[in-house]
Each structure stands twice: as structure tokens, then as C-alpha cells.
Design a protein around this ligand. Structure first.
Ligand code: 0X9
Ligand code: ZN
Length: 296
């Protein structure tokens, strides 16, 4: 039985998605966002309660677990799905009804499985498995200013950007799925464990045209989060270049640049070098739920 007091491998997460889609089949369906090197499907859940027929709801896309070892990201994402579908809190049912949700708990399923079974600190994909060094950092592989900052051209490096932009089937297929979404209002990416909120672009200190709005909305989100955890304030919101480090080839920058999506955020959740006690997944699940409410 799936719960939020333990971490689960990819098959269990996908089982949870299927289960939810069957239990709530009127509102939700399993969606395929792409494919992985080892032949897995990148599964997500679409939640779209009936609205007015002539006006499609704005889409909110949640990308989680692009880095394999950041286990709290998929765990809080499934927690959030569960909240959206089962909560009777009027704030949450209103949140559920407000958007057309596309939620992907684990967009690097091979890497995630590898981090479960072989190497707890695996970050990358597993493409080229069998070579002395293998795997590409999927958050350095997107086709926007590829290979510039915090990126390596050495396959042995944890931040290997790949042989070329979109060399990875995961980023290639997922990006084309995202491109085909109309009405994309918000793109949210979950990582750990820096406890910060990042806005585009990650490789420049320049501020984009709606930077002030992004910061204002982001602050409200962080206020909601702090109200819940009352323990640790996230840094930011700000650009990675200003509050973390310059990095290129990330998903959020590609989405913002290519699709001009108005609201694009990366949350770095809490934790200690990617560890977060399973007994406390609930806390970060509630925190993430509130932070998304704050955004909304
Ligand atoms: O370096 C990263 O990819 C992220 N930090 S992590 O420790 N989780 O690896 C920050 C990414 C911020 N930049 C973009 N999303 N482009
Ligand atoms: Zn990460």
C-alpha cells in the first residue's frame, strides 16, 4: 500500500498514478510525457475537473525528480496529487478545480531506479550504461544556451551536459510533449535540497520582463510555505545566477525561452544532502501544497 512514510521506487509510483486515475477516473487520467533510455514511459497524471465547455482552463505543469537522488521531490509530488484528489479542504478543492494539471512525479525514471537499487547518490540519466562513465545531467541537456555554465563535457562528471542539446531521450521527448500543450500558464520544477525558490534565467543575472511579478507571487508562495513549516525560510525568490550559481541547459530556462510561459519556477526543497527522513515526508508534502496554493 502506497504511503508517505517511506520512499518508493518507480514501479510503485507509477502504480500509485494508475490507482488514482482508476479511483478518480472522471477527473483524472494517466498521461505519457515521454520515454526513457531503458524503455520506461515517463508517466504523469492529468487532473482536470469539468469546467465550462467553451473555456479551457490554464494548464499547470509540474516536473519533478529530474535529478535522480532528490527523492523528496517525487515524494512530495505524489503527496500533492493525493491532496488534490482526496482533500475536502475548500482551498484545495478550489485549487484542484482552477487548473488543468499535468503532474509528473519522476521525469528521470531510469536514474531514479538506479538511485534506489545501485547508487543512492546517482543524479543523472543512465544513457550509455556499460561504458566506464555514463549518464547525462538531464538538467543541463535542454536546448537553451546549452553547455555554458555549471556544465561539463566529461561523461564522468555529474554535470555532464550530454553530447549535444537534447541528446537524452527523456529531455527530447518531454520537451516535445510540453511544446504541444496549449494554454500553459505555469511550469513548476521540484529539486532538493537547497531550500530556495528560483526564477528564470539561471545563466544570467538580467531580470526578465515580468521578473517583479514572478518575485511577488513567489514571495507569497514562500510565505505560505513558512506558515506551514515554521522552521526554515527558503532563500529567494531570485535567479539561480544571483542566489545559487549560474547554470545552463536547465528545463525551466528552455520552457521560458521557447514557450514564453509566464510563470516558471524551480523549487529547491529542504533536506540535508538529499536526505530527508521518511517520517517527515508529510511535512514537506504539506509545505509544497501550501506553496502551490500561495502561487495560485
Ligand atoms: O543545478 C541544478 O540543476 C539545480 N540545483 S541541484 O542542486 N538540485 O542540482 C538548480 C537548477 C536551477 N537552474 C535551472 N533550473 N535551470
Ligand atoms: Zn536537482
Amino acid at each position: 500500500e502506497f504511503s508517505w512514510t517511506a520512499y518508493y521506487d518507480i514501479d510503485d509510483i507509477n502504480g500509485f498514478l494508475r490507482n488514482m486515475s482508476e479511483t478518480y477516473s472522471k477527473w483524472s487520467e494517466v498521461i505519457v510525457g515521454g520515454q526513457s533510455y531503458q524503455g520506461r514511459s515517463i508517466l504523469g497524471l492529468r487532473i482536470n475537473t469539468p469546467g465550462r465547455k467553451d473555456s479551457p482552463k490554464p494548464v499547470v505543469f509540474i516536473e519533478s525528480g529530474i535529478h535522480a537522488r532528490e527523492w523528496i521531490a517525487p515524494a512530495t509530488t505524489t503527496y500533492f496529487i493525493n491532496e488534490l484528489l482526496t482533500s475536502s479542504d475548500p482551498n484545495i478543492t478550489a485549487l484542484r478545480d482552477q487548473f488543468d494539471w499535468r503532474i509528473f512525479p519522476s521525469v528521470n525514471p531510469d536514474g531514479y531506479h538506479y538511485s534506489f537499487t545501485v547508487d543512492r547518490f546517482w543524479r543523472k540519466t543512465v544513457s550509455g550504461f556499460g561504458s566506464r562513465c555514463f549518464g547525462t545531467d538531464p538538467n543541463r541537456n535542454w536546448k537553451y544556451n546549452w553547455g555554458q555554465y555549471s556544465s561539463s563535457n566529461n561523461p564522468c562528471d555529474n554535470k555532464y551536459a550530454g553530447s549535444q542539446p537534447f541528446s537524452e531521450i527523456e529531455t527530447r521527448t518531454l520537451s516535445s510533449y510540453i511544446k504541444n500543450i496549449s494554454n500553459l500558464l505555469a511550469y513548476i520544477s521540484f529539486h532538493s535540497s537547497a531550500a530556495m525558490l528560483l526564477v528564470p534565467y539561471s545563466d544570467s543575472t538580467e531580470h526578465i520582463n515580468n521578473y517583479d511579478d514572478l518575485i511577488q507571487v513567489g514571495k507569497t508562495s514562500l510565505d505560505y510555505g513558512y506558515e506551514t513549516n515554521k522552521e526554515e525560510r527558503y532563500r529567494g525568490p531570485g535567479t539561480a545566477a544571483e542566489i545559487l550559481y549560474k547554470a545552463s541547459g536547465g528545463s525551466m530556462d528552455w520552457v521560458r525561452y521557447t514557450l514564453a510561459t509566464p510563470l516558471v519556477y524551480t523549487y529547491e526543497l529542504r533536506g540535508n544532502s538529499f536526505h530527508w527522513p521518511p517520517s517527515r515526508i508529510y511535512e514537506q508534502g504539506d509545505e509544497v501544497t501550501q506553496m502551490i496554493l500561495g502561487l495560485a
